[in-house]
Design a protein around this ligand. Structure first.
Ligand code: ADE
Ligand code: ZN
Length: 334
């Protein structure tokens, strides 16, 4: 569909669900392994790609956390984020709200300062070089304890300038949002915004908890909300954004095929869905690739694509005057 693909490329886009560690492409993985003298479990880029066949979220997370062992120094985090920004600029991404997982690194002895300052410095340079506005969202690993999340938050408050929100990721089932109520209360008290992964593999009850216990502004994934009509009604009534990641959902077998993905149905039901890439180095593409693939598989219309782009800016944490400016630019493009 050349016309739709041209539109998808041309319109300004916001990426709201992207794990920076999930942008580690095999080429950079090998370069960092060499630089830091880390031994990888693979002997070539092709072998890495062959390993990327997942049966569920956990089978992916095991490989993803292992790959993070190549990230050690401030410069590594800078290079990781810079490589992402180059790709984002080539896809007309104008706003990126980016997750990072500090515990994945601090638990290996990497100082939190190396993580935050490497990422933060790259994002500032990305604003100067590409005009991409961006912000960091600090995610707690939900398979670890609430105490660990709380001490991570307390330490991170020394770098409060570097992030705007907190989130919740990693193995969902068995780790309900409720477990992190106190941590999120503390974060909210510090003026941080909140988001959480919920309803990816976990049940609709986790989405309710994310809303009521964690006071999230957006739900990350949320696709399983469709199993609960009362939840859908609430998400529609309150226009809570859902950061949907179509290629991720196929790769992690949340849905059987892209053609059976509920994205189109979500739009038809009035849910404020956005399209995002999650862990693009692992799942086969960045935000434009997700839009193209979903567009083709679900027969999305031009209006659907524009709605998704509009939703992405409306759901962003940009100040309202910036939102307005980009939304005007979007309307001018279509
Ligand atoms: N961390 C990185 N990608 C994730 C996903 N899709 N779900 C939960 N945690 C993650
Ligand atoms: Zn995610």
């Amino acid at each position: 569909m050349p016309d739709l693909d041209a539109l998808i490329h041309a319109i300004p886009k916001a990426e709201l669900h992207l794990h920076i560690e999930g942008t580690l492409e095999p080429g950079l993985m090998f370069e960092l392994a060499r630089r830091n003298r880390v031994t990888l479990a693979y002997d070539s880029v092709d072998a890495v790609r062959r390993a990327y066949v997942f049966s569920d979220l956990q089978s992916f997370l095991d490989i993803y956390y292992a790959a993070c062992s190549v990230l050690r120094l401030e410069q590594d985090f800078y290079d990781l984020a810079w490589a992402y920004l180059e790709r984002a600029a080539a896809q007309n991404v104008q706003r990126a709200e980016i997750f990072f997982d500090p515990q994945t690194h601090t638990h290996r002895g990497v100082p939190l300062e190396a993580v935050t300052s490497g990422l933060h410095r790259a994002l500032q340079d990305g604003q100067d070089r590409f005009g991409i506005s961006s912000a960091l969202i600090l995610c707690f690993l939900r398979h670890l304890s609430a105490d660990s999340a709380m001490s991570t938050l307390r330490e991170a408050l020394h770098y409060r300038h570097a992030f705007i929100a907190v989130g919740l990721d990693s193995s969902e089932v068995g780790h309900p949002p409720e477990k992190f109520r106190a941590v999120f209360e503390t974060a909210l008290g510090e003026g941080l915004l909140t988001v959480a992964h919920a309803g990816e593999e976990g049940p609709p009850a986790y989405v309710w908890q994310a809303l009521d216990a964690l006071h999230v502004r957006r739900v990350d994934h949320g696709v399983r909300c469709l199993e609960d009509p009362a939840l859908v009604e609430r998400l529609v009534a309150e226009q809570i954004p859902l950061t949907v990641c179509p290629l991720s959902n196929v790769k992690l077998r949340v849905v059987p095929t892209l053609a059976r993905h509920p994205l189109k149905q979500m739009l038809e039901r009035g849910l404020r869905a956005t399209v995002n890439s999650d862990d693009p180095a692992y799942f086969g593409g960045y935000v434009e690739d997700n839009l193209r693939a979903a567009g083709a598989a679900l027969d999305l219309s031009r209006d659907d694509v524009v709605t998704l782009a509009r939703n992405s800016f409306e759901a962003s944490f940009l100040p309202s005057e910036d939102k307005l400016r980009i939304l005007q630019q979007l309307e001018a493009t279509v």
